[in-house]
Design a protein around this ligand. Structure first.
Ligand code: HEM
Length: 577
């Protein structure tokens, strides 16, 4: 009987055809990285299915019309070749990142980063890797992290790369965008209208940022000052009566209330009532999941189909929607941040689309609350561990603003020690510890970059390790890991340097808690206002001490889920004696 196996009629071993097809698939994926699941799955399942059909011998034996073994063998050979080829290329000397050292498993697969991010300990892991491999470490097949301030300007400055793929998959909503012009690294979780922080394209980002910039200019900040002031007084009053509190949680409630007041027309009372809607836990859970998914953004397309996927995110979006509708119905009574983000003044030529207002409203609370709360919590942890520094700060505040007086922004210009303490807390515990990723926008080989002394090719995801550079003795010495606010005063020549001149290093370009360049933190003026005002009132008017039994595990409890998540800070608070 005639053999109908078409592959057997050509003088080529069917195995060669299957292996070659898998290698061509690797090349195709490497070059085009299909964005849609239908496209990707039709290639990954279609090719081996077709090859199975072609290699079925339907002529010899009717039983072979059920060619389970051949189909199985075709699939196994195809996928083994495909995976083997990808793995071999990634660890080979031909890979563009071959000369950058890093853990073998990280070079092989992004799964390594998925696991690291899931543990919440990337910041500790990266510190160990820098010790072992140096200032640039390959942390993924196409990814590096850099601990060198020379990388900041070229990567994040005006001629730097766009936001990395990670951010753009964090808060998906709305219709899909055309990803066809973006390179492999820009995979997103169908983030059609990404929040400002995830807008990769420079001009689009600059356009979106205009309303935000107006929302944090000096005139806008003057409007917010009374709102912050009111909440600081409320916090001070509540803490004066509470006794034992988790100060870290209280700062979370306080910053959330401030952001809701300024960005969403108010409507929350966490300082007095706690966290009844569980919003802070929802934000934490969202950040953790999103940071893991961001390592393999393509998976979001498939996860989204699962029931219950993104439930936390939806709760957060529902909260933003509720507050948005309330604020809109209320109308413009004051020039809050919403006034600027929704362009209630009508400055923009086109009205701001509602989906953009909603997406950015969620960003207001996500970006603006836990970040500031982390710095406040760390600052109080360091101050309570070191009563001499607490007293020195209190003396400065008393001097410029005695008890009973209202503390206003005018007082802060002269409070150098307050500024030094805040900077030092942000140096030791930046709320975005492992940096904000960047990636070239288009697959253009000319877009490779020198990051200081290191060349990285386009197609690389790159981050500057903020915690790493801020604690590197090459940038801050002596005592790089200790809370030593005096370094900021020495650097400004306000006090004598207590160590021999050669031992003092203060590299201000390596201090980037708010990041750097056109995509850096737009909310910095508000964050600084909250940090100064809150610290000044609490240190001046309250006494604090660690709750008995607290093991001072503050830093060990940190979890890095893009933003730092904090553990408890149990303290006793009382009115100042
Ligand atoms: C101490 C407190 C804060 C710190 C340390 C901090 C830090 C950061 C960092 C590192 C980024 C990433 C920038 C990048 O991608 O390069 C960022 C972005 C951002 N932050 Fe903050 N932040 C703080 C408070 C705030 C506050 C109070 C707001 C108010 C809403 C805010 C709003 C934003 C926004 C909107 C972005 C996105 C900016 C953009 O992509 O253009 N942040 N922040």
């Amino acid at each position: 009987m005639r053999n109908l196996d078409p592959l057997s009629e050509v003088p080529v071993d069917p195995m060669v055809v299957i292996v070659s097809s898998a290698l061509v698939t690797h090349l195709y994926f490497k070059r085009y990285e299909p964005q849609s699941p239908v496209h990707a799955l039709s290639i990954l399942l279609g090719i081996p299915s077709l090859l199975s059909l072609l290699s079925v011998d339907t002529g010899r034996n009717p039983a072979s019309a059920l060619p389970t073994r051949k189909v199985f063998r075709t699939f196994v050979v195809y996928f083994a070749t495909l995976i083997g080829s990808i793995a071999a290329y990634r660890v080979s000397p031909f890979h563009p990142l071959a000369k950058h050292p890093g853990p073998f498993m990280a070079k092989l697969s992004k799964l390594w980063m998925v696991i690291v991010c899931w543990t919440g300990k990337p910041h500790e892991c990266f510190a160990r890797l820098h010790e072992k491999y140096g200032d640039i470490v390959r942390t993924g097949p196409n990814e590096v992290i850099v601990r060198d301030p020379a990388a900041i300007q070229p990567l994040m400055g005006t001629t730097g790369w766009g936001k990395g793929a990670c951010e753009s998959c964090r808060m998906p909503s709305g219709p899909p965008i055309d990803m066809s012009r973006l390179d492999w690294s820009s995979r997103t979780m169908n983030a059609p209208i990404p929040p400002l922080i995830g807008v990769r394209d420079g001009p689009t980002h600059a356009k979106r940022r205009r309303t935000w910039n107006r929302g944090f200019n000096p005139a806008a900040m003057r409007e917010y000052e009374p709102m912050v002031h009111k909440r600081v007084l409320e916090l001070t009053e509540v803490l004066a009566q509470r006794g034992r509190v988790d100060l870290s949680a209280m700062f979370g409630y306080y910053t959330f209330d401030v952001m809701a007041d300024i960005g969403l027309g108010g409507g929350t009372s966490m300082i007095s009532e706690g966290n009844p809607e569980d919003l802070l836990h929802i934000i934490a859970a969202t950040m953790r999941t999103a940071n893991v998914i961001a390592q393999i953004p393509w998976i979001a397309r498939y996860l989204k189909a699962l029931p219950g996927a993104g439930a936390d995110l939806k709760l957060l979006q529902a909260f933003s929607m509720k507050r948005y509708l309330a604020r809109k119905a209320e109308g413009c009574k004051k020039k809050d941040l919403y006034y600027h983000l929704a362009d209630e003044a009508g400055i923009e030529k086109q009205p701001i689309p509602v989906p953009i207002i909603l997406t950015d409203a969620a960003l207001v609370v996500i970006a603006g609350s836990e970040t500031t709360a982390t710095v406040l919590s760390s600052l109080f942890f360091y101050l309570l561990r070191d009563p001499e520094k607490f007293e020195r700060l209190r003396a400065e505040i008393d001097k410029f603003c005695p008890r009973g007086d209202e503390i206003t922004v005018e007082h802060f210009d002269e409070m150098h020690y307050l500024e030094a303490c805040i900077n030092e807390a942000m140096r030791l515990s930046p709320p975005v510890p492992s940096g904000s990723q960047r990636a070239a926008l288009h697959p253009d080989p000319s877009q490779g970059k020198m990051l200081g002394p290191y060349y990285i090719p386009e197609g690389t995801l790159a981050s500057v390790n903020f915690l790493g550079i801020q604690r590197d003795p090459k940038n801050f010495s002596p005592f790089p890991n200790n809370f030593w606010p005096d370094r900021w005063l020495v650097a400004k020549s306000l006090i004598e340097c207590p160590v021999p001149e050669g031992e003092f290093v203060h590299e201000t370009s390596a201090f980037v808690p708010f990041s750097f360049g056109p995509g850096s933190c737009v909310g910095k003026p508000l964050a600084m206002l909250e940090l100064r005002m809150t610290t000044a009132y609490l240190v001046r008017d309250l006494d604090f001490k660690f709750a008995p039994g607290y093991k001072e595990t503050w830093e060990a409890d940190w979890r890095d889920h893009l933003t730092m998540q904090r553990g408890e800070l149990p303290v006793f608070t009382s009115p100042r004696a």
